[in-house]
Design a protein around this ligand. Structure first.
Ligand code: SF4
Ligand code: SF4
Length: 433
């Protein structure tokens, strides 16, 4: 089972990739927002594999309908968790979705809106097509050490939040915490490259490799031993996309900001007037199941009992359980915020539809997915949803406003920053990073 066609053919059409392995209710049984939107097998993880096979076999063409079934999808990996829980590593729909999108790009069949994002990434180094020097705006007033001054122990990577001024207070909060803890760090400002994750998700692996190589060169040039990123998407790239591309950060330790914050400090003193707070937490796919480290495997497929394919040597199966789930929850608890869990959490989280080019390729798909998730949050009786991912927060917050839903969506950093500003006091736990 080594060729793309063989991998596509491994799908047994059991449909388990559309559902949670053990749903708690019929209303929230789907794990795949694509099939819930398209209502046709082609939109499921398995359907995309059959499409990939048919395209390679010349039995299907890249029609608008076929492209919609491929790209009305946020590459969230829910299907992969659903499939592996039932079929172990034999099928791996996520790998096949990456391959199918690579095939689309190679053959020149990419939705126009996604082609625009790729063109912007090529020309400006960001998908929005903003001048690259705008990346430095978030830290202009802070006078921070820059990567051009080499030799700081830690490099702070901010990712797409650099272009969203609403997320700057959260970034400034991070800077304050690093300074409070005495961490010597530098930022990239306008020199920070795009991680390449979006290009990879869309299927342009050549562009993704180019951006990933630029990022690794930037990190290595800085001389930093540790890279802390505020971006869920970039964190996913460092842990699971770069290994797929054979690109390594070598000895540089990579942390998501929630890991560093949870390790470095506890928030214990809450003055009178800081009310106990209740929210729900949305596990964004990219910090969650998609950030589970990917371990490249170059073994052989053998047959057990003359029929069952097995890997030799064996390798761990990626069930999505090794994503970052506990640190954000611990941080919320540390500022007196109680999390009421939704039915679909952690590796079984339901994607909001915004990532992987899903929102740009088909806005109706992303809108439906986001509204489904907001309704799930409302069903547990909260008026605030917190998520680590800025893309999820922007997308669902706008949907909530447009639909007049009584809920707001905050990023984790914004929430910590606001609770801190309202009086919670950060106290070092003594374990200096
Ligand atoms: S991708 Fe996996 S879960 Fe989905 S239909 Fe195929 S074998 Fe079944
Ligand atoms: S990646 Fe997500 S949206 Fe796409 S088919 Fe799989 S579960 Fe559905």
């Amino acid at each position: 089972m080594t060729t793309a066609k063989e991998k596509y053919a491994a799908c047994i059409r059991c449909n388990n990739c559309r559902w949670l392995p053990v749903p708690k209710s019929a209303d929230q049984a789907f794990i795949c927002p694509s099939i819930q939107y398209g209502k046709n097998f082609a939109y499921s993880g398995g359907g995309k594999m059959i499409t990939g096979y048919a395209l390679l076999d010349g039995k299907a063409d890249y029609t608008p309908e076929v492209l919609d079934s491929i790209y009305a999808c946020s590459v969230c990996g829910g299907c992969d968790v659903g499939c592996k829980t039932n079929n172990a590593e034999i099928v791996e729909p996520l790998n096949s979705i990456y391959e199918l999108r690579r095939q689309c790009v190679e053959n020149g069949h990419v939705p126009v809106a996604l082609e625009r994002l790729l063109a912007n990434l090529r020309q400006y180094g960001n998908p929005q097509g903003r001048p690259s020097n705008e990346r430095a705006n978030w830290c202009k007033s802070l006078n921070l050490p820059h990567t051009s001054k080499l030799g700081e122990e830690t490099l702070l990577h901010v990712g797409e939040a650099a272009f969203h001024s609403a997320q700057w207070p959260g970034l400034h909060f991070v800077v304050q915490r690093l300074q409070d803890e005495g961490v010597k760090f530098a930022v990239g400002g306008a020199e920070e490259p795009d991680s390449g994750a979006l290009a990879f998700d869309i299927g342009d692996q050549k562009l993704a490799r180019n951006l990933a190589e630029k990022t690794v060169a930037w990190v290595k040039k800085s001389g930093a031993l540790r890279l802390i990123t505020c971006s869920d998407t970039a964190f996913m790239a460092f842990r699971s996309v770069y290994p797929r591309l054979g690109i390594r950060l070598d000895d540089v330790e990579v942390l998501h900001i929630s890991q560093w914050l949870a390790q470095s400090a506890v928030y214990v003193r809450q003055p009178d007037g800081l009310h106990f707070n209740v929210v729900t937490y949305h596990d964004g796919c990219r910090l969650g199941r998609l950030s589970e480290p990917y371990i490249p495997w170059n073994g052989e497929w053998k047959k057990m009992f003359n029929s069952l394919p097995v890997r030799e040597p064996d390798t761990p199966i990626r069930f999505g359980t090794e994503g970052i789930y506990e640190d954000p929850r611990a941080l919320l608890a540390s500022v007196g915020t109680h999390v009421v869990e939704m039915e679909r959490t952690r590796e079984f989280s339901y994607c909001c539809g915004a990532g992987g080019g899903g929102a740009e390729a088909n806005a109706d798909f992303a809108k439906q997915a986001g509204l489904v998730r907001l309704q799930e949050a409302l069903s547990v009786g909260v008026s605030t949803m917190v998520t680590s991912c800025g893309t999820c927060a922007n997308h669902m917050n706008q949907l909530a406003v447009d639909a007049g839903l009584p809920i707001k969506v905050q990023t984790l950093l914004d929430h910590l920053c606001q609770r801190g500003a309202n009086g919670a006091v950060a106290v070092s736990n003594g374990d200096k990073p």
